[in-house]
Design a protein around this ligand. Structure first.
Ligand code: ARG
Length: 283
């Protein structure tokens, strides 16, 4: 069987030096720069090892000095059927990442890992799979909008991929990207944290996901950024500190694999956003 393939960015340039979401604490990072760097490097290695043990293949991209959030490649593009649609970031701190990631994706194209690389048109804002997550069981994209991605970007994504895109508005400041509050699993279950969505969004989820498949995650586990998980077959690689969610996953036959991602949680990200799935193909 083909291994699921993920992109990860070398963490050498990772740091927390600005704050564009409520999780980010540059002061905490600055209090012990060397210690923070070492902890981040170790956590990143551990995540990579765990993904590999779970059955995934990891492809690495270089980071860049002054662009610390490149370590979150899920925000860089939406990828389906070998076609990458590269992001346009909301905040000036992250906007230069797009050029860098365009180079990364063109390089992946040269290696035969992508067939097409395009960037979202100017004027639209969309932060990749941070706000547009493929649901393999339903063959559609769930798309968050509000804090980062614009609503009209969802329409563009739908046209670009000729796919169903279900827009969901995000309303809670700590849940500024949809991948921290919603995660579809390969078996058809959808993990979500209801208060992050409008009542219309919650109704939309309930209308599209069968009641037994829609799994509410407890606040404590959502706050551990454990919904921001990577699903590899029956394995789910997630941030440590979400005991109830681990139980919920085990009850359904998944194996939760916990990794301590504290240095990245201090930037508002965990396992899903530290990766980008490169090989989703429509069934
Ligand atoms: N510091 C990054 C930002 O605010 C974290 C991004 C994490 N990515 C994610 N998809 N949740 O943009």
């Amino acid at each position: 069987m083909k291994k699921p393939r993920f992109l990860m960015t070398d963490p050498a340039h990772y740091e927390v030096t600005y704050s564009i979401n409520p999780w980010m604490q540059p002061d905490l990072w600055a209090a012990d720069v060397e210690g923070s760097r070492a902890a981040a490097h170790a956590a990143w290695q551990k995540l990579k090892e765990t993904l590999t043990q779970a059955g995934a293949e990891v492809v690495e991209a270089p980071g860049a000095a002054g662009l610390p959030d490149m370590v979150f490649p899920s925000n860089s593009a939406v990828v389906l059927d070998g076609r990458a649609l590269v992001s346009r970031f909301r905040h000036s701190e992250r906007q230069p990442e797009a050029e860098r990631f365009l180079d990364v994706f063109r390089g992946l194209g040269d290696r035969g890992l992508l067939s097409e690389v395009e960037q979202l048109p100017e004027g639209l804002t969309q932060e990749g799979e941070g706000d547009c997550v493929w649901d393999p069981a339903r063959q559609l994209f769930w798309a968050g909008h509000g804090p980062r991605s614009s609503r009209d970007a969802a329409d563009y994504v739908a046209r670009f991929f000729d796919a169903t895109v279900v827009p969901l508005e995000l309303v809670a400041p700590h849940y500024y990207h949809m991948d921290v509050c919603l995660m579809p699993l390969e078996g058809g279950e959808v993990l979500y944290f209801p208060p992050a969505f409008t009542s219309e969004g919650q109704a939309e989820l309930r209308s599209r996901v069968e009641p037994g498949q829609l799994i509410e995650v407890a606040e404590q586990d959502a706050q551990a950024l454990a919904i921001n998980a990577v699903n590899v077959g029956r394995n789910v690689v997630l941030a440590a500190g979400a005991p109830r969610l681990c139980e919920q996953l085990s009850e359904r036959g998944y194996t939760p694999l916990e990794v301590d991602l504290t240095p990245f949680i201090q930037s508002g990200g965990a396992s899903f956003c530290m990766t980008l799935r490169l090989d989703w193909e429509r069934g």
